[in-house]
Write a protein that binds this ligand. Structure first.
Ligand code: NAD
Ligand code: UDP
Length: 342
C-alpha cells in the first residue's frame, strides 16, 4: 500500500477519490486551502471509511503555491501525488485569467518542483476534456487536437505541456494526465457530494438545486443544436467511477515502468440536457421546470469521450449509468439542501 498526497482532496472529486483510496488501503495526506470546499467533507470521508482507515488520513491546511506547505505535506516518504487542487470555472477564468495561471499553472509548477526535491516522481493530474475546445471528431480520441477556447482550458493544456517537458527531461517520471469529461453524481450514501459556491455554472448541480427548491427553473442553453432533441449532449461520468479511475491510475503508475499516460475518463455515452432533466425528475420524484433560452457562448453541440485507451491501459471502465448518477445526486442534494453547510 502506498503513501499518497492528494492536493485539493476536500473538493468534489478529491473527497470521493480520497474515500476510494482509503478503502483500497492507502495512507493519505490531503493538502487543501479550503477555498472552494469545507473540512466537513473530509470528516465525512473518515466517517464513511471507518476508524481504521480514517486513521490513515492526515489533513494539511495549506496552499499548493507555498513551498513550505508542500514540504510539510510531502514529507520524505510520499510514493505518489494525485493533484486535484485548482480553479475550475470557465466564466471566472475569462474574468480573472491571472488567477487561473497563478493557481493552476504556477501552483502545479511549485508542486512539481517540491516533488523533485522530495524525490517523488509519480503524479496523477486532473486534466479536462475542456482542452479539446469545439471538437472536430466525436467520440473524441486522445489524439484529437488540443485547442482550448478559454483561459481555464489553456491552463490545463499548459500543465499537460509542462508535464511532458518534465518527463522528457529526466528519467523516472510516472505521470497520468486524466482528461475528465463531465463528473456528476455523489457517493450513494448521500454523505458526500458536489457543493458549489453561489449559482452553479454546470448543468447537474443546477438541476439538483431546482429539484430541491433552491432555484425556480433551469435555463436550457439552446434548443437548436444539431442533436436528436436540439439540446446539448455531454458525456456524464459518475464521480464514483471517476474516483475508481484514479485508484486504477495510481496502481498502474506504481506497478509499471516510468511512463506518461494521457487518457480520457468518460463513459463513451452521450446524454442531452433534456434527457438529464427527465432522468433527474424520475430519480427524485420532483418536477424540474425549465425554459429553452439562447445558446451559451463557447458551447459545443456534443462532446463524448472515446474511452477505449483508458479501458485498455487502466483496465477500468465506467459502471454506473445516468439513472444512478441522478439517484445518488438526489440522495446527496435532498439530505444536504445547502451542501455541507446544511
Ligand atoms: P473543487 O473546487 O471541488 O476541488 C478543488 C479543491 O482544490 C478544493 O477543495 C479547493 O479548496 C482546493 N484548492 C483550490 N486552490 C487551491 C490552492 N491554491 N491550494 C490548495 N488547495 C486548493 O473541484 P473539483 O470539481 O473537485 O475538481 C478537481 C480538479 O478536477 C480540478 O483541477 C478541476 O479543474 C478538474 N476537473 C474538474 C471537472 C469538473 O467538472 N468538476 C472536470 C474536469 C476537470
Ligand atoms: N447547460 C444548460 N443549462 C445550464 C448549464 C448547462 O443547458 O444551466 C447545458 C450546457 O449548454 C451543456 C450541458 O448543459 O450543453 C453541460 O454543461 P456543463 O456546464 O455542465 O458542462 P460543459 O459544458 O462544461 O461540458
Amino acid at each position: 500500500m502506498a503513501q499518497l498526497l492528494i492536493t485539493g482532496g476536500a473538493g468534489f472529486i478529491g473527497s470521493h477519490t480520497a474515500l476510494v483510496l482509503l478503502e483500497a488501503g492507502h495512507s493519505l495526506v490531503v493538502l487543501d486551502n479550503f477555498q472552494n470546499s469545507s473540512p466537513e467533507s473530509l470528516r465525512r470521508v473518515q466517517e464513511l471509511a471507518g476508524p481504521e482507515a480514517a486513521a490513515k488520513l492526515r489533513v494539511v491546511e495549506g496552499d499548493i503555491r507555498s513551498a513550505a506547505d508542500l514540504e510539510e505535506a510531502l514529507g520524505s516518504s510520499t510514493d505518489a501525488v494525485v493533484h486535484f487542487a485548482g480553479l475550475k470555472a470557465v466564466g471566472e477564468s475569462v474574468a480573472k485569467p491571472l488567477a487561473y495561471w497563478d493557481v493552476n499553472v504556477c501552483g502545479s509548477r511549485q508542486l512539481l518542483a517540491a516533488m523533485q526535491r522530495a524525490g517523488c516522481r509519480t503524479l496523477v493530474f486532473s486534466s479536462s476534456a475542456t482542452l479539446y475546445g469545439i471538437p472536430d471528431v466525436v467520440p473524441i480520441p486522445e489524439s484529437a487536437p488540443v485547442q482550448p477556447i478559454n483561459p481555464y482550458g489553456h491552463s490545463k493544456a499548459a500543465v499537460e505541456r509542462m508535464l511532458s517537458d518534465l518527463a522528457a527531461s529526466e528519467p523516472g517520471w510516472r505521470i497520468a494526465c486524466l482528461r475528465y469529461f463531465n463528473p456528476v453524481g455523489a457517493h450513494p450514501s448521500g454523505r458526500l457530494g458536489e457543493d458549489p459556491n453561489g449559482i452553479p455554472n454546470n448543468l447537474f448541480p443546477f438541476v439538483s438545486q431546482v429539484a430541491v427548491g433552491r432555484r425556480n427553473r433551469l435555463s436550457v442553453f439552446g434548443g437548436d443544436w444539431p442533436t436528436p432533441d436540439g439540446s446539448g449532449v455531454r458525456d456524464y461520468i459518475h464521480v464514483m467511477d471517476l474516483a475508481e479511475g484514479h485508484r486504477a491510475a495510481v496502481d498502474v503508475l506504481l506497478a509499471e515502468d516510468p511512463q506518461l499516460l494521457t487518457l480520457n475518463l468518460g463513459s463513451g455515452q452521450g446524454h442531452s440536457v433534456l434527457e438529464v432533466v427527465a432522468a433527474f425528475e424520475a430519480a427524485s420524484g420532483q418536477a424540474v421546470p425549465y425554459e429553452v433560452v439562447a445558446r451559451r457562448p463557447g458551447d459545443a453541440a456534443t462532446t463524448v469521450a472515446d474511452p477505449s485507451l483508458a479501458a485498455e491501459l487502466l483496465r477500468w471502465r465506467t459502471q454506473r449509468g445516468l439513472s444512478q448518477m441522478c439517484r445518488d445526486g438526489w440522495a446527496w442534494q435532498s439530505a444536504n439542501p445547502q451542501g455541507y453547510a446544511s
